[in-house]
Design a protein. Structure first.
Length: 119
């Protein structure tokens, strides 16, 4: 399974979080807490452009918010882990890890190397 990987102590996505990570493009799923495209256009259209003018797969998501996708819209660091043993080896090498849903795409599972404090 492919995981996005990050490190708590690194705020910049340009810095490689671990030796095994490879930089790749991924789909950015943009969600705005507005209930309609028209509401977005009215509030932000003049500065950001109309909602439907950018991205693909525009929809109202399950939470009732507007959503669109940007294929290969962002880059991130990824690695392949296929067994529980490989995951445990990764944890043993780098210390505590947090398994979470990526902030930029809910279909991507992220491993955060927890090497610094955060709230």
């Amino acid at each position: 399974m492919k995981f996005k990987v990050s490190r708590t102590s690194i705020w910049c996505d340009e810095t490689k979080p671990c030796d095994e990570a490879v930089r790749e493009y991924f789909t950015w799923v943009q969600v705005r807490t507005l209930g309609s495209y028209e509401e977005f256009d009215k509030r932000f259209g003049a500065t950001e452009g109309k909602w439907l003018s950018k991205g693909i797969n525009h929809c109202i998501n399950e939470e009732g918010y507007i959503q669109r996708e940007f294929p290969e819209g962002l880059t991130g660091w990824f690695l392949e882990i296929n067994t529980l043993e490989e995951l445990l080896d990764f944890k043993n090498k780098y210390g505590q890890i947090i398994i979470l849903e990526s902030w930029y795409n809910p279909d991507i599972v992220e491993l955060e190397i927890y090497d610094d404090y955060r709230e």
